[in-house]
Design a protein around this ligand. Structure first.
Ligand code: 5AD
Ligand code: SF4
Length: 467
């Protein structure tokens, strides 16, 4: 029996135990799309055990929190939630399980055990697959349980999964990160880079195509270094349909019939090698919106962040990609207030933003993370200063988005129709290749199709379209 079959055995034991009960679970996911994808697997596992999903926390018998630790605000959110759950535990005896990245941090698990001892299960990023066994033991032995390992876990194939959408699907292709950007906690909580086998990925995408999925997002903490470590260290892997790198993976997925769009998150600028740029340009299904995390526009700050590129190299890369990839649009991540960042250095970030004119900018206040080199730097920036810079950047970004949105008005755009608009059930919502939301009037049977719409007006966060 392999590990996954063994876990299925525990799932079925729990199902048997709960036979005459209708038990519900509530799951809260914090953080990135990789965590969302892990939660889809947890949902698959829980439904295999017979639990039913509820979106109302107060109706759940089992509450699962899938945590993130990239920035501090996620911690505040977790501890706030635990206060709420304490009451529900006392009133209704619910089970509480906490997993995800934050559980890989010893100071956090220590705090939970001390201040929130009522939590039943703590599990880490490498032990998600063992959730059935852990829940079984917690239920049976009525003991608090901790299952967290430091070492990088194996990649487990064949976990059940319950996806959030039947149009768009995420496929994790690699785990971990070897880059050690000095501000970032990810390499410490997700471990070293390891890639899934080409065959497992291709087969998963083929299956998704068969089920009618239209859009695939390939995920990894450093997605465009897929199979890089294996290549560099000459670790043997089985090539499949010519896949031996990120570029060849894009090409292989591009050939899968039924899939209409391919996206990928989150890449590193240093890994946009010529073959990757060429693959994006030539694969018609690969969306031409590329995420290119800048973090800072100043070369000195970038060096201290350990980003491995300068302002000039970043701008040259943008230029090269613009020349090679027709209709390229770019999005980015920026951190404001990294230790030691001067006003002048911050101006370089604004300068790059002005020059590149991103489609979308995800802005973050620098957040100190225990255990990272940047946390030990002495020249931390005052919160107030960070906020002033953040607002400056936000004003610039918003004025650029407004300007950019106007360019869409009057154009025809291919839109993947995703469903009813959240705010108005009479309207449909979809996204352009560049990931802009488009709202329009249309028939329900358009859901799941890629259609051409004329953009008739623009609003800050969405466009209006017409058939
Ligand atoms: N503080 C602020 N933002 C951070 N990010 C990662 N670590 C930190 C931190 N300590 C941001 C980066 C990254 C995104 C996912 O989160 O911009 O690209
Ligand atoms: Fe963090 Fe840098 Fe790795 Fe991204 S590339 S996960 S920012 S260490």
């Amino acid at each position: 029996m392999n590990e996954i079959e063994e876990q299925k055995f525990y799932s079925l034991k729990i199902k048997e135990m709960n036979q005459n009960k209708t038990l519900k679970y509530f799951i809260l996911t914090m953080g990135c799309q990789l965590n969302e994808n892990d939660s889809e697997k947890l949902c698959g596992i829980l439904e295999q055990m017979g639990y039913q999903k509820t979106d109302i926390q107060s109706q759940a018998d089992l509450v699962v929190l899938n945590t993130c630790c990239v920035r501090e605000n996620a911690e505040d959110k977790l501890f706030g939630k635990l206060g709420e759950l304490k009451r529900q535990k006392e009133e209704r005896g619910i089970m509480i399980a906490i997993g995800g990245c934050m559980m890989q941090e010893k100071h956090i698990t220590a705090k939970i055990k001390e201040s929130y001892p009522f939590v039943d299960i703590l599990f880490g990023t490498h032990t998600l697959y063992k959730f059935p066994e852990n829940l079984y033991r917690a239920l049976k032995e009525k003991k608090k349980l901790e299952d967290i390992i430091d070492i990088e876990g194996k990649i487990y194939e064949g976990l059940p999964i319950k996806r959030n959408s039947n149009i768009k699907a995420s496929v994790t292709i690699m785990n971990g990160c070897n880059n050690f950007c000095s501000y970032c906690i990810v390499p410490y909580v997700r471990g070293r880079e390891r890639s899934r086998k080409p065959k497992d990925i291709i087969e998963e995408v083929k299956e998704l195509a068969k089920q009618g999925y239209q859009e695939i997002t390939l995920l990894g903490q450093n997605v465009n270094s897929y199979l890089r470590v294996e290549q560099e260290k000459a670790i043997e892997f089985e090539p499949y349909q010519g896949v031996h790198s990120f570029a060849t993976l894009l090409k292989a997925i591009n050939k899968i019939e039924g899939i209409k769009r391919i996206r990928f998150l989150s890449p590193h600028p240093k890994d946009f090698t010529n073959d990757v740029i060429e693959a994006i340009a030539t694969c018609e299904k690969v969306c031409k919106l590329v995420h290119l995390p800048l973090q800072s526009g100043n070369s000195k700050v970038l060096k201290e962040m350990n980003r491995k590129y300068t302002k000039k190299q970043y701008l040259e890369l943008v230029e090269k990609m613009r020349q090679t990839i027709p209709n390229l649009t770019l999005s980015t991540d920026i951190i404001v207030g990294f230790p030691g960042e001067t006003e002048e250095e911050f101006e370089d970030t604004l300068d790059v933003v002005r020059k590149v004119k991103f489609e979308q900018v995800y802005m973050f206040l620098y957040s100190r993370r225990v255990g990272t080199p940047a946390d030990k730097m002495e020249n931390q920036i005052l919160e107030e200063q960070k906020h002033i810079r953040f607002n400056k950047l936000k004003d610039l970004v918003e004025s650029q988005i407004e300007e950019n949105n106007q360019k869409y008005v009057g154009t025809m755009q291919k839109v993947l129709v995703e469903g009813e608009s959240k705010n108005n059930k009479d309207l449909l919502t979809g996204r352009t290749d560049s990931n802009k939301v488009v709202i329009f009037e249309g028939n329900q049977d358009l859901i799941g199709q890629v259609i051409e719409l004329k953009i008739v007006s623009e609003h800050m966060w969405y466009l209006k379209g017409e058939k």
